[in-house]
Design a protein around this ligand. Structure first.
Ligand SMILES: Cc1cc2nc3c(=O)[nH]c(=O)nc-3n(C[C@H](O)[C@H](O)[C@H](O)COP(=O)(O)O)c2cc1C
Ligand SMILES: O=C(O)C(=O)c1ccccc1
Length: 387
């Protein structure tokens, strides 16, 4: 694949081509387009957030309160956006956030996403709630880097089985999502009485799991399907977990572990103390606690608390290259992008996801170069002012 900034020349010279009719390069426009493609229920599930959606809006507004201050005459001819995070080298500090139930967006779901990500070399973080089993997604992604996101179920044997399978399938780092042991009050889904899982979407990793199957009396068939779904609901998350339980994960996962959903600096310190390798500053795209702090506003204090001891990643609200640059300047080692690639998937399958990733990477590289920066490590608070 050509270097990201060459993507710009390619578009000027050849246009986006027939493969992607009408897909805009301003990624903030994808949501409105995806609305026209998806059922009202699927669109509401993806675009929606908790409560009045104030936190989802705050996530975006927080980016507007920071402005980049470009610097001139700094020889930016040679640019290198590559970084290594949790042992994974990547061509740019961008990962695909775990998004469950992707077959509600496109029939190829996570398989298309994994293929698109592998083509760019950006790591994909596969959700426990994926529509295809983790082994199938790994096969689709081939040599592409992949991490596994755990929804930590009540049944400990099931948790261990999921981790063992992820390791065997080549997922190298573990992301443990802490902010979603249960789904929040989400009016769009409540008003439409819509949960994909209750239609059997997003349960592939569970239904294919030997420990899960044993618990429901054998492979899932038409006969035990309702019982299996109820078992899934009862087991999905565990609200009684505490910091002490992290020792269990350390015992059963020998690679790097990052905790996703961290917003308070004291929690970040506890992650360091618990021997974790990273934290992901995230409020789940505003989908969990309505009224919660904008994720970008939580980032500086967490970065400060952690220093260089473990990796700090960021998500919730990244839509453009400039957004990514701001999060990196505020202390993130890399950013996760969520809804934009989900909309790319809805609008164009694998090609749609590839489009989103290439646009984001190219825009980040151009933004940095034009601001006088050649490497992600050069982004710091000196690059920003309050706007
Ligand atoms: C439809 C949807 C499904 C999601 N599923 C998961 C999931 O299975 N696991 C997880 O850790 N986060 C999940 N998330 C949260 C994302 O990983 C990420 O934190 C969030 O989307 C980032 O915000 P953004 O969409 O504004 O980029 C989901 C988000 C969306 C929109
Ligand atoms: O909808 C979500 O935000 C989410 O994280 C999730 C939780 C369970 C299954 C699929 C997605």
């Amino acid at each position: 694949m050509s270097a990201p900034a060459d993507f710009q020349n390619e578009i000027y010279l050849n246009g986006l081509g027939d493969a992607l009719p009408g897909l805009p390069t301003d990624l903030t426009r994808l949501e409105a387009l995806a609305e026209g493609r998806l059922s009202a229920q699927a669109f509401g599930y993806v675009a929606g957030a908790a409560g009045s959606e104030a936190t989802a809006r705050a996530n975006r507004e927080a980016f507007d309160r920071w402005r980049i201050v470009p610097r001139m005459l700094r020889d930016v001819a040679e640019r290198d956006l590559s970084v290594e995070v949790l042992g994974t080298p990547m061509p740019a500090p961008v990962l695909l956030a775990p998004i469950g139930v992707q077959s509600i967006l496109h029939p190829d779901g996570e398989l298309a996403t994994a293929r698109a990500a592998a083509g760019t070399g950006l790591p994909v973080i596969l959700s426990t709630a994926s529509s295809y089993a983790m082994e199938e997604v790994a096969a689709a992604g081939g040599d592409g880097p992949r991490w596994y996101q755990l929804y930590w179920p009540k049944d400990r044997d099931l948790a261990v089985s999921l981790l063992d399978r992820a390791r065997a399938a080549g997922y190298t780092a573990l992301v443990v999502t802490l902010d979603t042991f249960t789904l929040a009050w989400r009016p769009r889904d409540l008003d439409q009485a819509y949960l994909p899982f209750l239609r059997g979407v997003g349960v592939a990793n569970y239904f294919s799991d030997p420990v899960f199957q044993k618990a429901v009396g054998g492979p899932v068939t038409d006969e035990n399907r309702s019982a299996a779904l109820l078992h899934w609901v009862a087991n999905f998350g565990n609200p009684s977990l505490t910091w002490a339980d992290l020792a269990f994960l350390r015992e059963h996962w020998d690679g790097p572990i990052a905790l996703k959903g961290i917003q308070h600096p004291d929690d970040a310190r506890r992650a360091v103390d618990a021997g974790m390798d990273g934290v992901i500053v995230s409020n789940h795209g505003g989908r969990q606690v309505d009224g919660a702090v904008a994720s970008l506003d939580a980032l500086p204090a967490v970065a400060d608390a952690v220093g260089n001891r473990i990796a700090v990643l960021f998500d919730s609200g990244v839509r453009t290259g400039a957004d990514a640059a701001k999060a990196l300047a505020l202390g993130a080692r890399a950013v996760l992008v969520g809804r934009p690639y989900a909309y790319g998937l809805a609008l164009g399958g694998e090609a749609g996801v590839r489009h989103v990733l290439r646009c984001l990477q190219a825009e980040l590289e151009l933004t940095m170069a034009l601001a006088g920066l050649t490497r992600p490590a050069e982004l710091d608070l000196d690059c920003l002012v309050r706007g």
